[in-house]
Design a protein around this ligand. Structure first.
Ligand SMILES: [Zn+2]
Length: 228
């Protein structure tokens, strides 16, 4: 009888220890996925540059490449305020191509890809301005690479945030067959911030206040994706 009692007690103790260990393991597994990383790094890609100005504003002649850079630099500053490290594909108006390269487009693409994929960044966000023959076309679009589940999640976070601030932002995200999305080794989105072919939207896009609000909205989407 005594032997049985000791065995029973030992079994209970073993069971309690097992439950405690199982709880510790499950808590640590949950924590690993729920707690944000200590440090995030993102690549901000300002589209175009140099001799490739991209789309041009119908009213003011502003180039897409200068607005992309303006938005990229603004977003970089906002990210820094939140302790997010930023790697830029370009920080000035120069193109990414080698001036001596016979095929400047190819040279630019290789350079952009190299910066993005050697960054070790958690995500990449590429900024562009849109244009379309129909002047009434408007609103921000967010694209992700086909087959990228994490790119889709990032795109949904960014688009959801834009929709909260801008009535004409698209409520859906789309697959985009873009070089920067296809070449990137991390979850990535390409944001077409608005249409330079729409006179009202061009006025908005060149305004500092609009740039600030737009980039803050992009940041909110990024923070949401990181669960920060
Ligand atoms: Zn573009």
């Amino acid at each position: 009888m005594r032997f049985f009692t000791i065995k029973k007690r030992t079994l209970i103790i073993a069971l309690v220890i097992a439950i405690v260990f199982a709880s510790i393991i499950s808590i640590s597994v949950i924590s690993a996925s729920a707690v944000p990383k200590a440090q995030y790094t993102i690549v901000i890609d300002a589209g175009h540059g140099g001799r490739d100005g991209g789309a041009v504003g119908r009213q003011t002649g502003v180039t897409e490449s200068e607005l992309n850079l303006k938005y990229a630099l603004r977003l970089k500053e906002l990210c820094a305020d939140y302790g997010i490290d930023v790697i830029m594909t370009r920080s000035d108006m120069n193109g990414l191509y080698d001036e001596s390269a016979p095929n400047k487009k190819k040279s630019e693409m290789e350079r952009r890809k190299s910066i993005i994929n050697s960054s070790g960044a958690d995500i990449m966000i590429s900024l562009h301005m849109n244009a379309f023959p129909l002047p009434s076309s408007n609103g921000a679009f967010v694209f992700y690479a086909k087959g990228s589940d994490e790119g889709y999640e990032l795109a949904k976070s960014v688009q959801g945030s834009l929709c909260q601030s801008f009535d004409n932002a698209r409520e859906y995200v789309s697959v985009g067959d873009y070089f920067v999305l296809n070449c990137a080794s991390m979850p990535s989105v390409l944001v077409e911030c608005g249409f330079l072919s729409n006179p009202q939207e061009e006025s908005n896009l060149i305004s500092d206040d609009y740039c600030q609000e737009f980039c803050y909205s992009l940041l909110a989407g990024i923070l949401s994706y990181f669960k920060m």
